[in-house]
Design a protein around this ligand. Sequence first.
Ligand code: MN
Length: 202
Amino acid sequence: MHTLPALSYGYDALEPYIDAETMRLHHTKHHQTYVDKLNTALADYPDWQNKSIEDLLQNFSSVPEAIKKVVKNHGGGHANHTLWWQIIGPATGGQNLPGGELLIKLEASFGSFEEFKQKWLDTALTVFGSGWIWLVVEGDSLVITTSANQDSLLMEGKKPILGLDVWEHAYYLKYQNRRADYVNNFFAVINWSEVAKKMTEK
Ligand code: MN
């Protein structure tokens, strides 16, 4: 059984950058639905029921044909949102910047932190419709990539360490169509220490 992960902060903790109502709906309705539909589909497949979401997605080619679509859409949604709640957190005030090895890798990969941020903003505005922006570890480098719908990069054997949900449900209540403002404000609530931790994890 997959379960909705608890958040380590309150729904209002990311105000004013991400509003409490969006957080509550996103967690209790959208993410919960991905978990529920995944569990329903897996109910008839005992061999697959107890695998972690990472195992399911990393071994996607072996998943039974009849449940592939649900695992891709709802399993992907579960994995993507589980990462999302981890890599955002309460704004600490002042500049929210990465440090240490993560900053060194960002600078080596993009030229500077500002160039990384600009490329992230530009990329977020090119995603048509619903999808995600990702920062992925590739060898010694960090690269920005995108995925459509709830496709998980784990299905491609990639290692995402930062993600940005650009589905309208992630921002529409507060930002309406102003995706650029949402993406800019995302930088105030990134939990960089969690991103750094994911970078060093196997
Ligand atoms: Mn979402």
